[in-house]
Design a protein around this ligand. Structure first.
Ligand code: PMP
Length: 407
């Protein structure tokens, strides 16, 4: 290896954050378009794209089944991916990490495999009002199946204390709201929930992107997220569950490689995590996600977040100059939601997209929260460390133009 190569490698391993360098990693940003819809899905770094392409172009093979060299190598890398996830969230072992298709499937797995056998008529599942539909519907479905009740919680900690009782079996809360950006105090919530012997389910779909998470320290029972919001591929997600819970949970999908033995009379499932992973998994996705983690480790996560928050403050200060604006999001958040009085949110979205600005509008899969906020939809811009001041300035000019047309 030449000296130049060594220097380059040294640079790669020392964690830094330079937003110009970070931005340059995203080929989707090499054009005039302004992408402010990252809470819906993030853009993808070249490292993740290369790993996916490499698999499909040169290394296609299945995992955990065949014995030819590519299959063995790919199996090894996806084991590494599982370990990378475990390290990122501080799970005690990689066998506590289950691959799913996304946050939505992970919560449905908990509802059907953990909650359904446990719940009886009269039991209660407390769900915060902030939740995305994917952290509400699985609980409503399992409540219908078992006779349990879903109880609405404001997400204020004092209110939780008065809702908890010996009937409470599960409390479900987001790490970060996809509408308001609010991050509940998970440490305090976890402590209270466990005093009642209930379990805590945390939806990390937005939170994992912007905030460090330590499932062990926070004593979280189940933690879920989607790869596609964390610079990774679509169609891949994670369910973390405490070993002691996963051990007792029955299988929920049947198929290849989730079993030790099977006959026409009975079957014996594998241990977790495999017992929950029937069928050929999203191999390309896992390889891509492994490359995402290797790439993520090169950057200082806290500095990147600080940069994003400063950018969000700038965006909010520019937006605050507009008259008739109502904000719904908390301060210092990468998510900014608002409405302009007397203008429909979707009209703004259409006029912004005509000016090459991508944002999200509507109810953001959170109808109960919209009802609470007293609106039918909102305008949301969501920022990542690859955005810059120029993106915000383009957005503000385009928004002013849209308001002029619509007002
Ligand atoms: N929870 C939150 C807070 C989200 O923002 C989202 C995605 N919008 C989800 C859950 C669902 O994620 P997915 O569609 O990737 O399963």
């Amino acid at each position: 290896m030449g000296i130049g190569m060594e220097l380059q490698d040294l640079n790669l391993t020392s964690k830094k954050f330079s937003h110009q360098k970070f931005r340059a990693e995203f080929p989707a940003l090499n054009n005039e378009n302004v992408y402010l819809d990252s809470a819906a899905t993030s853009l993808k770094p070249q490292a993740m794209i290369d790993a996916t392409l490499e698999y499909y172009a040169h290394n296609t093979a299945t995992v955990k089944r065949s014995l030819h060299p590519n299959a063995l190598q790919v199996t090894e890398i996806i084991n590494q991916a599982r370990q990378n996830v475990a390290d990122w969230i501080n799970a005690s072992t990689s066998s506590e990490i289950i691959w799913t298709s996304g946050t939505t499937e992970s919560i449905n797995l908990i509802a059907q495999s953990y909650a359904r056998p446990l719940l009886k008529a009269g039991d209660e599942i407390i769900v915060s009002e902030l939740e995305h539909h994917s952290n509400l519907l699985p609980w409503l479905i399992v409540a219908e199946q078992t006779g349990a009740k879903v109880i609405k919680w404001s997400s204020v900690i004092d209110d939780l204390t008065s809702l908890l009782s010996e009937r409470t079996k599960i409390v479900a809360i987001t790490q970060m709201s996809n509408v308001t950006g609010f991050c509940p105090d998970l440490a305090a919530i976890s402590q209270i929930v466990h005093q009642y012997n209930a379990i805590l389910v945390v939806d990390g779909a937005q939170g994992i992107v912007h905030h460090p998470i330590d499932v062990d320290k926070l004593d979280i029972d189940f933690y879920v997220f989607s790869a596609h919001k964390l610079y990774g591929p679509t169609g891949l997600g994670v369910l973390y569950g405490k070993q002691i819970l996963l051990e007792t949970m029955p299988v929920w999908h049947g198929g290849g490689k989730m079993l030790k033995s099977v006959s026409f009379d009975h079957f014996i499932p594998e241990q977790h995590p495999y017992k929950f992973e029937a069928g050929t998994p999203n191999i390309a996705g896992m390889l891509g996600f492994n490359a995402t983690f290797e790439w993520l480790k090169r950057w200082d996560f806290n500095q990147a977040q600080l940069y994003t928050e400063q950018l969000a403050d700038y965006a909010k200060s520019q937006l605050s100059k507009l008259t008739n604006i109502q904000f719904y999001s908390v301060n210092n958040s990468s998510i900014i939601t608002f409405n302009i009085h007397n203008i429909h949110h979707n009209d703004i979205a259409i006029l912004l997209s005509e000016q090459n600005i991508a944002i999200r509008t509507g109810e953001l899969c959170a109808q109960p929260l919209m009802q609470k906020l007293g609106c039918q939809g909102v305008i949301r811009l969501s920022l990542m460390p690859y955005n810059n001041k120029h993106d915000i300035d383009c957005f503000i000019i385009a928004l002013q133009h849209a308001i002029q047309i619509l007002d």
